[in-house]
Write a protein that binds this ligand. Structure first.
Ligand SMILES: [Zn+2]
Length: 92
């Protein structure tokens, strides 16, 4: 989504994957090549600006709010939700 390369594509989380409530949110990821992913990992301020340029300030703030959710993540429910999405998209 940054350079247009189609090799070595990776999922780059906007909010770190260490936060359960945003880890599998499909709006919390960009598809980046490995080089761009590494570049943004080393340049978080630039990544923040890229993020705002891509999804807008309001959506970025919504992710930050969601990240702060303190309830326990229900991973069984999340797996079911993602399975339905994958089926709808013909991925499984
Ligand atoms: Zn790239």
């Amino acid at each position: 989504m940054k350079c247009g390369h189609t090799d070595s594509l990776q999922c780059a989380h906007i909010i770190s994957r260490k936060y359960g409530h945003t880890r599998t949110d499909l709006d919390n990821a960009f598809c980046l090549c490995a080089s761009c992913h590494m570049h943004f990992t080393d340049n978080p301020v630039e990544f923040g600006q890229f993020t705002i340029d891509q999804i807008g300030e309001d959506n970025y703030q919504a992710l930050i709010v969601k990240r702060r959710t303190t309830s326990k993540m229900d991973w069984d429910e999340e797996a079911e939700r993602l399975t339905v999405i994958a089926q709808e998209r013909g991925l499984i």
